[in-house]
Design a protein around this ligand. Structure first.
Ligand code: ATP
Ligand code: MG
Length: 169
């Protein structure tokens, strides 16, 4: 089977078989992070799962806000705190409505809690799932999740690396 055309320019292969880092970029302000999020949103398709991984305050919510702006969400986007997931409606570029589920798994007690919440149903449909602290449910992430790792090398600098492709198990 021929490979489908990658959605992003390939930067370097991190793993022979599967995972490919497709994009790496630094940002030096929250506005710049949001702008990259808006840009990234234009590449998203219904059913995508975005796994955001980075320490406290690394910029996961900020990037998520940019993605939601790009998907024309008009609601205020903030991390869900006492519940695990927020739901928004946005528009794709062809003006078709799209559902967005925004998870924050920081307080997740265990993967079974997410299963009980209906994780599979959230992933199954045509929604875009944005998952902060996705590493807390590593065993439940779909193989084709787009993984975004964020580092904070300096106070205002954030380094983003986007990985695509089937993850090896
Ligand atoms: N380049 C940058 N990009 C994003 N945020 C930045 C940047 N520089 C500084 N910041 C600040 O870092 C903080 C990051 O906040 P954000 O809430 O997005 O992080 P987070 O990863 O979601 O944290 P948490 O794990 O607590 O949910 C904000 O206060 C923001 O203003
Ligand atoms: Mg957050």
């Amino acid at each position: 089977m021929p490979h489908s055309t990658p959605r992003f320019p390939i930067l370097f292969e991190t793993d022979f078989e599967m995972t490919v880092a497709v994009l790496q970029f630094p940002t030096s302000s929250p506005d710049e992070t949001r702008a990259w999020g808006r840009n990234f949103a234009s590449q998203l398709k219904p059913g995508d799962c975005i796994a955001l991984i980075g320490e406290l305050g690394s910029g996961k919510t900020c990037f998520t806000q940019g993605i939601c702006e790009g998907l024309r969400v008009t609601d205020r986007v903030n991390s869900p705190t006492f519940i695990l997931v927020n739901e928004y409606t946005g528009d794709q570029r062809d003006a078709r409505a799209i559902k967005i589920y925004h998870f924050d798994l920081y307080r997740l007690g265990g993967e079974e809690e997410l299963v009980d919440l209906g994780w599979d149903d959230y992933l199954d449909g045509d929604a875009v799932c944005l998952v902060e602290w996705a590493d807390r449910a590593a065993g439940l992430l779909p193989k084709d999740a787009i993984e975004i790792r964020i580092d904070a090398p300096q106070e205002d600098v954030r380094s983003f690396t986007i990985y695509c492709g089937e993850r090896g198990q």
